[in-house]
Design a protein around this ligand. Structure first.
Ligand SMILES: Nc1ncnc2c1ncn2[C@@H]1O[C@H](COP(=O)(O)OP(=O)(O)OP(=O)(O)O)[C@@H](O)[C@H]1O
Length: 246
């Protein structure tokens, strides 16, 4: 549904992304991994239209639609097409209740359909959040705050969600919940996921395709087994330890 071909990007004269190819299929979860400063955030921002690219092509084609090029579309238009984003660090309105956070996201996605009620997918995917709907969101545990940030994205019925470091700061059981939610999004709700995360244990549980970035270049694209094999080898890292890279 999303295809990137030979994407190059530069911050002034600092060439950051080199000939990146990437494909996200319908009903899939793909992961971008790589050490700090290797270009993961830059790539996300190019997909979202926050940053221009120097060259390359980005094609968007959800099921049963004609392909369209994203390159010339502003970020707002890309979000209307169904591409949404959960930035790092659970961006929520911490002074507002869980329900208020959700209703604001819902109204922003459907400005003419007032009054609004929370759609059923919230109770199906985020039952704990619903049970805490009247609590101030700032007092929720870190894992529930992340669920709320994700629910705010899901409530707008996107086709593709980009997640920036979703496992960061989560406990093991909070990460387990997130793995289950992402699996349900892709399998039951037709929402594809593209995430970047350096927690190898997490990404190999949740994603089915992996792209390894190194100094702005894609050095591996494949399955979890390919990733483990590649990160165990040293041919791409100039001798740096895979544990540092992940
Ligand atoms: N606004 C900017 N202006 C100039 N250079 C930038 C800018 N943002 C990032 N860079 C540089 O681009 C390169 C890639 O950075 P980027 O943040 O995309 O990497 P990353 O893999 O997401 O890192 P992290 O895991 O730390 O978020 C780095 O060398 C960084 O210093």
């Amino acid at each position: 549904m999303l295809q990137l071909r030979e994407i190059n990007q530069a911050y002034d004269d600092h060439h950051t992304l080199w000939d990146i190819n990437l494909e996200v299929s319908q009903n899939s979860c793909s992961a971008i991994v790589g050490q700090q400063g290797t270009g993961k955030t830059t790539l996300f921002h190019c997909i979202l239209g926050f940053l221009p690219i120097m060259s390359g092509e980005m094609t968007w084609q959800p099921k049963n639609t004609l392909p369209c090029s994203l390159i010339s579309l502003p970020s707002q238009h890309r979000s209307q097409l169904g591409i949404t984003y959960v930035p790092q660090g659970s961006p929520i309105f911490s002074q507002l209740s869980v329900e208020e956070n959700l209703l604001i996201a819902l109204k922003a996605g459907h400005p003419r359909s007032l009054p609004v009620t929370l759609p059923r997918l919230i109770s199906e995917l985020f039952p704990i959040l619903l049970s805490k709907r009247h609590q101030r969101s700032g007092v929720l545990a870190k894992g529930l705050q992340y669920q709320l940030a994700l629910a705010r994205a899901v409530i707008t019925h996107p086709k593709l969600i980009l997640l920036d470091e979703p496992s960061e700061g989560l406990t093991a059981s909070e990460a387990d919940h997130l793995v289950a939610i992402i699996a349900a999004l892709t399998k039951d709700y037709n929402i594809s996921v593209l995430l970047m995360d350096n927690n190898l244990a997490f990404v190999t549980r949740v994603a089915d395709k992996f792209t390894l970035l190194h100094h702005g270049r894609s050095v591996m694209s494949g399955t979890a087994a390919d990733l483990m094999r590649f990160s165990g080898s040293e041919k791409w890292s100039n001798g740096s330890s895979p544990t540092r890279v992940m």
